[in-house]
Design a protein around this ligand. Structure first.
Ligand code: NAP
Length: 274
């Protein structure tokens, strides 16, 4: 359990309620646990209600916090209405946007409708939630926003073409907001995450990635590092091997070399025929 002084300090800065979009498993679940350990009440959002219920029950019992759950699809047009209803009587001062659609496959194997679903969940979703909760945070003069991006967003990547582009959007969005919102007492950080052993990552059965895709991190490492750096810097790359890989790819290689190198490792992981 986090010491009571640290819990109080965290809650004074980021309030007693946090909302996690994509908060039922993997990295989102790890954020839920870390925040619960700090005594923060939670609003957890995902599509599968059963997973949400199970996690909410566990956290409420283990940490004596309140947990509200909402089963919605963040790709849908009017999802903010449902969120508004479930948060109207509380002040959410910490937003974690973790949900993403992560399609694996060549760009033209999916149709335009699927491409727009990826944009909806990965870009439109955080934009709507930042607009809704960010304004309230500014009014209160305190709060925090954490966006979960990916090292795929640092350059173009085959097999993950559109996903990588949406993750670049999240990096730049968070960096700009970090600068603007700190004047209003709101901290913003983007977590540029490398491979992480989540149910989704494990289900994709990646193969032989090569040295530029370091060993998967634990979801709890991503959550702990991101929370520890909120208010300190605009971006974090959790894991020392990921930091080294990103330094090499971004600072040593040319953009063209970087795209080719990451492209080759992605093909090694998923095959050229995906
Ligand atoms: N795992 C990795 O290796 C890795 C690497 C780099 C970056 N990341 C980033 O980390 C984040 C989480 O990835 P993950 O591997 O933990 O994924 P995950 O295991 O699939 O978890 C994603 C979470 O978001 C929810 N979600 C997904 N689509 C949703 C939708 N349309 N509406 C509402 N909720 C939705 C999922 O629950 P439901 O399915 O029930 O909706 C789940 O709670 C993503 O932003 C991803 O880009 C992951």
């Amino acid at each position: 359990m986090v010491s009571s002084m640290k819990r109080t300090k965290f809650i004074r800065r980021y309030g007693s309620w946090a909302l996690i979009a994509g908060g039922s498993q993997g990295i989102g679940e790890a954020f839920a646990r870390e925040l619960a350990r700090k005594g923060v009440n939670l609003v957890l959002i995902a599509r599968r209600e059963e997973l949400l219920k199970k996690l909410a029950d566990k956290l409420e019992k283990e940490y004596e916090i309140k947990v509200r759950i909402l089963s919605i699809d963040l790709a849908e047009d009017n999802f903010i209405e449902e969120i508004r209803k479930i948060t109207d009587d509380i002040q959410v001062n910490l937003l974690v946007y973790n949900a993403a659609i992560i399609p694996i496959g060549s760009y033209f194997k999916s149709d335009l409708e699927e491409q727009f679903r990826v944009i909806n969940v990965n870009c439109r979703g955080p934009t709507i939630l930042i607009d809704y909760f960010g304004r309230k945070m500014i009014e209160k003069g305190k709060g925090g926003i954490i966006l979960i991006s990916s090292m795929a967003g640092l350059q173009g990547t085959p097999i993950n073409v559109h996903y990588a582009a949406t993750k670049a959007y999240n990096i730049v969005l968070a960096e700009g907001l970090w600068y603007e919102m700190r004047n209003f007492g709101v901290d913003v950080i983007v977590s540029i995450t490398g491979s992480t052993a989540t149910p989704n990552y494990i289900a994709t059965k990646p193969d032989n990635p090569g040295i530029f895709v370091p060993k998967p991190l634990k979801p709890s490492t991503v959550a702990k590092k991101s929370l520890a750096n909120l208010g300190k810097k605009p971006r974090i790359i959790p894991g020392i091997s990921n930091k080294i890989a990103s330094f090499f790819v971004q600072k040593i290689l040319s953009r063209k070399q970087a795209i080719k190198l990451i492209g080759r490792s992605t093909y090694n992981m998923y095959g050229r025929n995906e």
